[in-house]
Write a protein that binds this ligand. Sequence first.
Ligand code: EPZ
Length: 418
Amino acid sequence: MDKFVIEGGHPLKGVIPVSGAKNAALPVLAATLLTADEVTLDRIPKVRDIRTMAKLLESVGAEVKPNNGGYAVRVTEVTSAEAPYELVKTMRASSLVLGPLVARCGEARVSMPGGCAIGARPINLHLTGLEKLGAKISQEHGYVRAHAPNGLTGAVIHFDRVTVTGTEDLLMAAVLAKGETVIENAAREPEVSDLADLLTKMGARIEGAGTSTIQVEGVAELHGATHAIIPDRIEAGTFLIAGALMGDPLTVDGVNTEHIAALIDKMRQAGVEFSFPSEDRIEVRASGKLRAVDLATKEYPGFATDMQAQFLAMMTQAEGESEIIETIFENRFMHVSELLRMGADIAIEGNRATVRGKTELSGARVMASDLRASASLVIAALAARGETVIDRVYHIDRGYERIEEKLSGVGAQIHRAE
Ligand code: EPZ
Protein backbone atom coordinates (compact mmCIF):
# COMPACT_ATOMS: atom_id res chain seq x y z
CA MET A 1 0.00 0.00 0.00
CA ASP A 2 1.27 3.44 -0.88
CA LYS A 3 2.10 5.94 1.79
CA PHE A 4 2.95 9.65 1.81
CA VAL A 5 6.10 10.93 3.51
CA ILE A 6 5.78 14.61 4.39
CA GLU A 7 8.32 16.90 6.02
CA GLY A 8 6.43 19.75 7.61
CA GLY A 9 7.24 23.43 7.97
CA HIS A 10 7.86 24.29 4.32
CA PRO A 11 5.98 27.30 2.95
CA LEU A 12 3.62 26.82 0.00
CA LYS A 13 4.31 29.39 -2.71
CA GLY A 14 3.01 29.61 -6.27
CA VAL A 15 -0.03 28.47 -8.26
CA ILE A 16 -1.76 25.16 -7.55
CA PRO A 17 -4.35 23.91 -10.10
CA VAL A 18 -7.80 22.55 -9.26
CA SER A 19 -9.12 19.57 -11.24
CA GLY A 20 -12.69 18.82 -12.28
CA ALA A 21 -15.09 17.82 -9.51
CA LYS A 22 -15.18 14.08 -8.70
CA ASN A 23 -18.70 14.47 -7.30
CA ALA A 24 -19.87 16.10 -10.53
CA ALA A 25 -18.11 13.60 -12.77
CA LEU A 26 -19.73 10.56 -11.12
CA PRO A 27 -23.40 11.48 -11.82
CA VAL A 28 -22.47 12.93 -15.22
CA LEU A 29 -20.85 9.64 -16.21
CA ALA A 30 -23.95 7.75 -15.01
CA ALA A 31 -26.10 10.06 -17.17
CA THR A 32 -24.44 8.70 -20.34
CA LEU A 33 -26.59 5.57 -19.80
CA LEU A 34 -29.65 7.63 -20.75
CA THR A 35 -28.90 7.82 -24.49
CA ALA A 36 -27.59 5.60 -27.31
CA ASP A 37 -25.64 8.57 -28.67
CA GLU A 38 -22.08 9.51 -27.79
CA VAL A 39 -21.57 11.85 -24.81
CA THR A 40 -18.21 13.67 -24.63
CA LEU A 41 -17.08 14.76 -21.18
CA ASP A 42 -14.19 17.07 -20.37
CA ARG A 43 -12.27 18.07 -17.23
CA ILE A 44 -12.87 14.63 -15.71
CA PRO A 45 -10.42 14.16 -12.80
CA LYS A 46 -8.07 11.16 -13.03
CA VAL A 47 -8.99 9.67 -9.66
CA ARG A 48 -9.79 6.13 -8.57
CA ASP A 49 -13.54 6.60 -8.15
CA ILE A 50 -13.83 7.78 -11.75
CA ARG A 51 -11.95 4.73 -13.02
CA THR A 52 -14.32 2.59 -10.98
CA MET A 53 -17.35 4.30 -12.52
CA ALA A 54 -15.88 3.84 -16.02
CA LYS A 55 -15.49 0.10 -15.31
CA LEU A 56 -19.05 -0.03 -14.02
CA LEU A 57 -20.36 1.60 -17.20
CA GLU A 58 -18.37 -0.86 -19.35
CA SER A 59 -19.82 -3.76 -17.36
CA VAL A 60 -23.35 -2.73 -18.42
CA GLY A 61 -22.42 -2.22 -22.08
CA ALA A 62 -20.85 1.20 -22.42
CA GLU A 63 -17.91 1.97 -24.67
CA VAL A 64 -15.69 4.36 -22.68
CA LYS A 65 -12.85 5.97 -24.63
CA PRO A 66 -10.31 8.43 -23.21
CA ASN A 67 -10.83 11.76 -24.95
CA ASN A 68 -8.64 14.84 -24.31
CA GLY A 69 -9.21 15.72 -20.63
CA GLY A 70 -11.99 13.21 -20.14
CA TYR A 71 -14.02 10.48 -21.83
CA ALA A 72 -16.20 9.87 -24.86
CA VAL A 73 -18.91 7.45 -23.71
CA ARG A 74 -21.39 5.63 -25.91
CA VAL A 75 -23.99 3.18 -24.60
CA THR A 76 -25.47 1.92 -27.85
CA GLU A 77 -27.26 -0.81 -25.94
CA VAL A 78 -27.42 -1.77 -22.27
CA THR A 79 -26.16 -5.37 -22.28
CA SER A 80 -26.50 -5.95 -18.54
CA ALA A 81 -28.54 -4.12 -15.93
CA GLU A 82 -26.41 -5.24 -13.02
CA ALA A 83 -23.86 -3.24 -11.03
CA PRO A 84 -21.71 -6.01 -9.53
CA TYR A 85 -20.73 -6.24 -5.89
CA GLU A 86 -16.99 -6.20 -6.53
CA LEU A 87 -17.30 -2.74 -8.08
CA VAL A 88 -20.01 -1.31 -5.83
CA LYS A 89 -18.19 -2.34 -2.63
CA THR A 90 -15.31 -0.06 -3.59
CA MET A 91 -17.52 2.89 -4.46
CA ARG A 92 -20.95 3.42 -2.94
CA ALA A 93 -21.71 6.17 -5.49
CA SER A 94 -22.41 3.23 -7.82
CA SER A 95 -26.02 3.68 -6.67
CA LEU A 96 -26.03 6.53 -9.20
CA VAL A 97 -26.60 4.01 -11.99
CA LEU A 98 -29.93 2.88 -10.48
CA GLY A 99 -32.02 5.72 -11.86
CA PRO A 100 -30.51 5.86 -15.35
CA LEU A 101 -30.61 2.07 -15.82
CA VAL A 102 -34.29 1.84 -14.84
CA ALA A 103 -35.12 4.83 -17.05
CA ARG A 104 -33.19 3.46 -20.04
CA CYS A 105 -34.13 -0.22 -19.94
CA GLY A 106 -36.74 -0.69 -17.22
CA GLU A 107 -34.45 -2.76 -15.02
CA ALA A 108 -31.56 -2.24 -12.60
CA ARG A 109 -29.84 -4.55 -10.13
CA VAL A 110 -27.28 -2.83 -7.93
CA SER A 111 -25.43 -4.46 -5.07
CA MET A 112 -26.41 -2.69 -1.88
CA PRO A 113 -23.54 -0.24 -1.32
CA GLY A 114 -23.10 -0.98 2.38
CA GLY A 115 -21.81 1.61 4.76
CA CYS A 116 -18.42 3.19 4.84
CA ALA A 117 -16.12 4.73 7.42
CA ILE A 118 -18.25 7.86 7.83
CA GLY A 119 -21.61 6.24 8.31
CA ALA A 120 -24.30 3.69 7.44
CA ARG A 121 -25.25 5.69 4.34
CA PRO A 122 -28.46 3.92 3.39
CA ILE A 123 -30.10 4.54 -0.01
CA ASN A 124 -33.70 4.19 1.20
CA LEU A 125 -34.60 7.66 -0.11
CA HIS A 126 -33.37 6.71 -3.60
CA LEU A 127 -35.55 3.58 -3.52
CA THR A 128 -38.75 5.18 -2.25
CA GLY A 129 -38.32 7.86 -4.90
CA LEU A 130 -38.01 5.27 -7.66
CA GLU A 131 -41.09 3.50 -6.30
CA LYS A 132 -43.00 6.78 -6.56
CA LEU A 133 -42.03 6.84 -10.26
CA GLY A 134 -43.55 3.36 -10.65
CA ALA A 135 -40.55 1.07 -10.24
CA LYS A 136 -41.03 -2.18 -8.32
CA ILE A 137 -38.26 -2.43 -5.72
CA SER A 138 -37.08 -5.75 -4.25
CA GLN A 139 -33.99 -6.67 -2.27
CA GLU A 140 -32.36 -10.10 -2.30
CA HIS A 141 -28.89 -11.62 -1.87
CA GLY A 142 -27.42 -8.20 -1.08
CA TYR A 143 -28.76 -6.69 -4.28
CA VAL A 144 -31.50 -4.17 -4.78
CA ARG A 145 -33.60 -4.63 -7.91
CA ALA A 146 -35.68 -1.89 -9.50
CA HIS A 147 -38.08 -3.08 -12.19
CA ALA A 148 -40.30 -0.92 -14.42
CA PRO A 149 -41.16 -2.96 -17.54
CA ASN A 150 -43.65 -0.34 -18.75
CA GLY A 151 -41.32 2.58 -18.07
CA LEU A 152 -41.55 5.21 -15.35
CA THR A 153 -44.32 7.73 -14.74
CA GLY A 154 -43.76 11.23 -13.36
CA ALA A 155 -44.75 11.90 -9.74
CA VAL A 156 -44.24 14.33 -6.86
CA ILE A 157 -41.28 13.14 -4.77
CA HIS A 158 -40.57 14.71 -1.39
CA PHE A 159 -37.23 13.85 0.26
CA ASP A 160 -37.52 13.60 4.07
CA ARG A 161 -33.94 14.78 4.21
CA VAL A 162 -31.65 16.32 1.63
CA THR A 163 -29.69 13.70 -0.29
CA VAL A 164 -27.20 14.69 -2.99
CA THR A 165 -26.93 11.44 -4.95
CA GLY A 166 -30.58 10.69 -4.14
CA THR A 167 -31.56 13.91 -5.93
CA GLU A 168 -29.21 13.06 -8.82
CA ASP A 169 -30.49 9.49 -9.13
CA LEU A 170 -34.14 10.59 -9.24
CA LEU A 171 -33.41 13.46 -11.62
CA MET A 172 -31.87 10.97 -14.07
CA ALA A 173 -34.85 8.65 -13.68
CA ALA A 174 -37.40 11.45 -14.15
CA VAL A 175 -36.03 12.86 -17.43
CA LEU A 176 -37.34 9.81 -19.37
CA ALA A 177 -40.47 9.24 -17.27
CA LYS A 178 -43.92 9.87 -18.78
CA GLY A 179 -45.29 13.24 -17.65
CA GLU A 180 -44.15 15.65 -14.96
CA THR A 181 -42.00 14.98 -11.89
CA VAL A 182 -41.49 17.41 -9.03
CA ILE A 183 -38.62 16.76 -6.61
CA GLU A 184 -39.19 18.58 -3.33
CA ASN A 185 -36.48 19.23 -0.71
CA ALA A 186 -33.94 18.53 -3.45
CA ALA A 187 -30.21 18.95 -2.85
CA ARG A 188 -28.92 22.31 -4.09
CA GLU A 189 -25.25 21.32 -4.46
CA PRO A 190 -23.43 22.69 -7.56
CA GLU A 191 -22.90 19.09 -8.69
CA VAL A 192 -26.68 18.67 -8.97
CA SER A 193 -26.86 21.78 -11.17
CA ASP A 194 -23.96 20.55 -13.27
CA LEU A 195 -25.77 17.25 -13.89
CA ALA A 196 -28.93 19.17 -14.83
CA ASP A 197 -26.86 21.27 -17.26
CA LEU A 198 -25.68 18.13 -19.06
CA LEU A 199 -29.15 16.54 -19.07
CA THR A 200 -30.60 19.75 -20.54
CA LYS A 201 -27.94 19.69 -23.29
CA MET A 202 -29.06 16.09 -23.96
CA GLY A 203 -32.64 17.31 -24.49
CA ALA A 204 -34.13 16.94 -21.01
CA ARG A 205 -36.62 19.53 -19.77
CA ILE A 206 -35.66 20.63 -16.24
CA GLU A 207 -36.56 23.71 -14.19
CA GLY A 208 -35.23 24.69 -10.78
CA ALA A 209 -31.98 22.70 -10.55
CA GLY A 210 -29.92 24.26 -7.76
CA THR A 211 -33.06 25.11 -5.77
CA SER A 212 -35.00 22.93 -3.34
CA THR A 213 -37.74 22.20 -5.92
CA ILE A 214 -36.86 20.69 -9.29
CA GLN A 215 -39.50 20.20 -12.01
CA VAL A 216 -38.95 17.75 -14.85
CA GLU A 217 -41.09 17.27 -17.96
CA GLY A 218 -40.28 13.75 -19.20
CA VAL A 219 -39.23 13.26 -22.83
CA ALA A 220 -39.20 10.16 -25.01
CA GLU A 221 -35.47 10.02 -25.52
CA LEU A 222 -32.25 11.98 -25.06
CA HIS A 223 -29.45 12.64 -27.54
CA GLY A 224 -25.68 13.02 -27.22
CA ALA A 225 -23.92 16.15 -25.92
CA THR A 226 -20.55 17.59 -24.96
CA HIS A 227 -19.92 18.84 -21.42
CA ALA A 228 -17.01 20.10 -19.30
CA ILE A 229 -17.69 19.56 -15.61
CA ILE A 230 -17.31 22.15 -12.85
CA PRO A 231 -14.10 22.55 -10.82
CA ASP A 232 -13.78 20.59 -7.61
CA ARG A 233 -14.88 22.93 -4.81
CA ILE A 234 -13.66 20.51 -2.12
CA GLU A 235 -10.19 20.16 -3.62
CA ALA A 236 -10.05 23.97 -3.95
CA GLY A 237 -11.12 24.36 -0.31
CA THR A 238 -8.55 21.80 0.81
CA PHE A 239 -5.76 23.79 -0.87
CA LEU A 240 -7.05 27.09 0.57
CA ILE A 241 -6.87 25.69 4.09
CA ALA A 242 -3.33 24.42 3.46
CA GLY A 243 -2.52 27.94 2.23
CA ALA A 244 -4.05 29.54 5.34
CA LEU A 245 -1.48 27.59 7.38
CA MET A 246 1.54 27.62 5.08
CA GLY A 247 0.83 30.00 2.17
CA ASP A 248 3.63 32.36 1.17
CA PRO A 249 1.36 33.08 -0.71
CA LEU A 250 -0.46 30.16 -2.30
CA THR A 251 -2.65 30.85 -5.35
CA VAL A 252 -5.42 28.32 -6.04
CA ASP A 253 -6.23 28.32 -9.76
CA GLY A 254 -9.42 27.27 -11.56
CA VAL A 255 -11.86 27.87 -8.69
CA ASN A 256 -15.51 28.80 -8.82
CA THR A 257 -15.52 31.12 -5.79
CA GLU A 258 -19.34 31.09 -5.63
CA HIS A 259 -19.24 27.37 -4.82
CA ILE A 260 -17.09 27.92 -1.73
CA ALA A 261 -18.69 31.11 -0.37
CA ALA A 262 -19.53 29.49 3.00
CA LEU A 263 -15.95 28.25 3.41
CA ILE A 264 -14.43 31.63 2.51
CA ASP A 265 -16.78 33.36 4.95
CA LYS A 266 -15.91 30.96 7.79
CA MET A 267 -12.16 31.22 7.07
CA ARG A 268 -12.41 35.02 7.11
CA GLN A 269 -14.10 34.82 10.53
CA ALA A 270 -11.03 32.84 11.63
CA GLY A 271 -8.75 35.64 10.48
CA VAL A 272 -7.69 34.35 7.06
CA GLU A 273 -7.18 37.06 4.44
CA PHE A 274 -7.78 36.37 0.75
CA SER A 275 -7.08 38.26 -2.42
CA PHE A 276 -8.69 37.58 -5.80
CA PRO A 277 -6.15 38.22 -8.57
CA SER A 278 -8.63 37.03 -11.22
CA GLU A 279 -12.12 35.59 -11.61
CA ASP A 280 -11.06 32.01 -10.97
CA ARG A 281 -7.99 32.50 -8.77
CA ILE A 282 -7.77 32.96 -5.01
CA GLU A 283 -4.57 33.91 -3.19
CA VAL A 284 -4.07 33.06 0.48
CA ARG A 285 -1.19 33.69 2.86
CA ALA A 286 -0.40 32.10 6.22
CA SER A 287 -1.54 34.63 8.78
CA GLY A 288 0.02 33.11 11.89
CA LYS A 289 -2.76 34.65 13.98
CA LEU A 290 -5.79 32.46 13.38
CA ARG A 291 -8.78 32.74 15.71
CA ALA A 292 -10.85 29.75 16.85
CA VAL A 293 -14.39 29.86 15.40
CA ASP A 294 -17.36 27.53 15.82
CA LEU A 295 -18.72 25.56 12.86
CA ALA A 296 -21.74 23.42 11.98
CA THR A 297 -21.80 21.55 8.68
CA LYS A 298 -24.90 22.05 6.53
CA GLU A 299 -26.27 21.08 3.16
CA TYR A 300 -25.30 23.46 0.35
CA PRO A 301 -25.13 26.46 0.37
CA GLY A 302 -24.05 25.94 4.00
CA PHE A 303 -20.58 24.83 5.08
CA ALA A 304 -19.83 21.52 3.34
CA THR A 305 -19.42 18.38 5.44
CA ASP A 306 -16.65 17.41 2.99
CA MET A 307 -14.64 20.37 4.30
CA GLN A 308 -15.14 19.68 8.04
CA ALA A 309 -12.07 17.51 8.58
CA GLN A 310 -9.80 19.97 6.78
CA PHE A 311 -11.21 22.93 8.74
CA LEU A 312 -10.83 21.05 12.01
CA ALA A 313 -7.13 20.53 11.23
CA MET A 314 -6.81 24.30 10.74
CA MET A 315 -8.52 24.98 14.08
CA THR A 316 -5.70 23.14 15.87
CA GLN A 317 -3.54 26.09 14.76
CA ALA A 318 -6.01 28.78 15.89
CA GLU A 319 -5.97 30.57 19.25
CA GLY A 320 -8.90 29.57 21.46
CA GLU A 321 -11.59 26.93 21.57
CA SER A 322 -13.53 25.90 18.47
CA GLU A 323 -16.69 23.81 18.58
CA ILE A 324 -17.29 21.81 15.41
CA ILE A 325 -20.63 20.09 14.86
CA GLU A 326 -21.07 17.48 12.13
CA THR A 327 -24.77 17.43 11.22
CA ILE A 328 -24.72 15.33 8.02
CA PHE A 329 -22.92 12.06 8.86
CA GLU A 330 -22.90 10.09 12.07
CA ASN A 331 -19.22 9.21 12.23
CA ARG A 332 -17.12 11.78 10.49
CA PHE A 333 -14.41 12.46 13.09
CA MET A 334 -12.07 9.61 12.08
CA HIS A 335 -9.29 12.16 11.55
CA VAL A 336 -9.37 13.27 15.20
CA SER A 337 -7.62 10.24 16.71
CA GLU A 338 -4.77 10.66 14.23
CA LEU A 339 -4.54 14.43 14.85
CA LEU A 340 -4.33 13.72 18.60
CA ARG A 341 -1.28 11.55 17.89
CA MET A 342 0.30 14.58 16.23
CA GLY A 343 -0.23 16.68 19.38
CA ALA A 344 -3.62 18.29 18.79
CA ASP A 345 -5.97 18.97 21.72
CA ILE A 346 -9.46 17.77 20.67
CA ALA A 347 -12.36 16.31 22.65
CA ILE A 348 -15.30 14.54 20.99
CA GLU A 349 -18.79 14.18 22.35
CA GLY A 350 -21.27 12.65 19.91
CA ASN A 351 -21.35 14.78 16.77
CA ARG A 352 -19.47 17.63 18.44
CA ALA A 353 -15.69 18.11 18.52
CA THR A 354 -14.07 20.76 20.70
CA VAL A 355 -10.65 21.86 19.43
CA ARG A 356 -8.33 23.82 21.70
CA GLY A 357 -5.52 25.66 19.99
CA LYS A 358 -2.99 26.73 19.18
CA THR A 359 -1.04 23.45 19.69
CA GLU A 360 2.21 22.67 17.96
CA LEU A 361 1.83 19.57 15.81
CA SER A 362 4.67 17.11 15.51
CA GLY A 363 5.13 14.65 12.69
CA ALA A 364 4.03 11.08 13.36
CA ARG A 365 3.08 7.86 11.62
CA VAL A 366 -0.69 8.15 10.96
CA MET A 367 -3.33 6.24 9.06
CA ALA A 368 -5.83 7.51 6.49
CA SER A 369 -9.37 6.27 7.06
CA ASP A 370 -11.64 8.04 4.57
CA LEU A 371 -11.15 10.50 1.77
CA ARG A 372 -11.52 13.80 3.57
CA ALA A 373 -10.03 12.63 6.88
CA SER A 374 -6.91 11.79 4.86
CA ALA A 375 -6.85 15.28 3.36
CA SER A 376 -6.98 16.68 6.89
CA LEU A 377 -3.91 14.62 7.82
CA VAL A 378 -2.01 15.97 4.80
CA ILE A 379 -2.81 19.53 5.92
CA ALA A 380 -1.71 18.81 9.49
CA ALA A 381 1.51 17.18 8.24
CA LEU A 382 2.37 20.23 6.13
CA ALA A 383 2.15 22.40 9.27
CA ALA A 384 3.74 19.90 11.69
CA ARG A 385 7.33 19.95 12.92
CA GLY A 386 9.26 16.98 11.51
CA GLU A 387 8.25 14.04 9.37
CA THR A 388 4.79 12.49 9.02
CA VAL A 389 4.10 9.19 7.27
CA ILE A 390 0.48 8.69 6.17
CA ASP A 391 -0.49 5.06 5.49
CA ARG A 392 -3.32 3.85 3.19
CA VAL A 393 -3.22 6.83 0.84
CA TYR A 394 -5.48 4.97 -1.58
CA HIS A 395 -8.21 6.78 0.36
CA ILE A 396 -6.79 10.08 -0.87
CA ASP A 397 -6.35 8.81 -4.43
CA ARG A 398 -10.13 8.27 -4.59
CA GLY A 399 -10.81 11.98 -4.76
CA TYR A 400 -7.58 13.96 -5.24
CA GLU A 401 -5.71 13.89 -8.54
CA ARG A 402 -1.93 13.66 -8.02
CA ILE A 403 -2.13 15.62 -4.77
CA GLU A 404 1.51 14.96 -3.88
CA GLU A 405 2.64 16.31 -7.27
CA LYS A 406 0.44 19.39 -7.00
CA LEU A 407 1.69 20.15 -3.47
CA SER A 408 5.35 19.48 -4.37
CA GLY A 409 4.87 21.94 -7.22
CA VAL A 410 4.33 24.75 -4.70
CA GLY A 411 7.13 23.80 -2.32
CA ALA A 412 5.74 21.07 -0.06
CA GLN A 413 8.22 18.34 0.85
CA ILE A 414 5.95 15.36 0.14
CA HIS A 415 6.56 12.15 -1.77
CA ARG A 416 4.78 8.83 -2.32
CA ALA A 417 6.51 5.72 -1.03
CA GLU A 418 5.57 2.08 -1.54
C1 EPZ B 1 -22.64 12.97 -1.49
O1 EPZ B 1 -22.82 11.72 -0.86
C2 EPZ B 1 -21.15 13.09 -1.75
N1 EPZ B 1 -20.73 12.01 -2.64
C3 EPZ B 1 -20.40 13.02 -0.43
O2 EPZ B 1 -19.03 13.22 -0.72
C4 EPZ B 1 -20.88 14.16 0.47
O3 EPZ B 1 -20.23 14.06 1.71
C5 EPZ B 1 -22.40 14.04 0.65
O4 EPZ B 1 -23.05 14.05 -0.63
C6 EPZ B 1 -22.97 15.19 1.47
O5 EPZ B 1 -22.67 16.41 0.85
C7 EPZ B 1 -20.98 12.12 -3.96
O6 EPZ B 1 -21.56 13.09 -4.43
C8 EPZ B 1 -20.51 10.99 -4.82
P1 EPZ B 1 -26.29 12.24 0.97
P2 EPZ B 1 -24.32 11.12 -0.67
O7 EPZ B 1 -27.18 11.24 0.30
O8 EPZ B 1 -25.19 11.57 -1.79
C9 EPZ B 1 -28.47 10.17 4.62
C10 EPZ B 1 -16.78 12.76 -0.65
O9 EPZ B 1 -16.04 12.98 0.31
N2 EPZ B 1 -29.21 9.41 3.59
O10 EPZ B 1 -26.46 13.69 0.66
O11 EPZ B 1 -24.17 9.67 -0.41
C11 EPZ B 1 -26.99 9.82 4.61
O12 EPZ B 1 -26.76 8.68 5.40
C12 EPZ B 1 -18.13 12.14 -0.42
O13 EPZ B 1 -16.54 13.07 -1.84
C13 EPZ B 1 -30.24 8.55 3.99
O14 EPZ B 1 -30.53 8.41 5.19
O15 EPZ B 1 -24.78 11.85 0.66
C14 EPZ B 1 -26.36 11.08 5.18
O16 EPZ B 1 -26.41 11.02 6.58
C15 EPZ B 1 -18.23 11.60 0.98
N3 EPZ B 1 -30.93 7.84 3.04
C16 EPZ B 1 -27.27 12.21 4.67
O17 EPZ B 1 -28.50 11.58 4.28
C17 EPZ B 1 -30.65 7.96 1.70
O18 EPZ B 1 -31.32 7.32 0.89
C18 EPZ B 1 -26.72 12.94 3.45
O19 EPZ B 1 -26.34 11.96 2.53
C19 EPZ B 1 -29.61 8.84 1.32
C20 EPZ B 1 -28.91 9.55 2.27
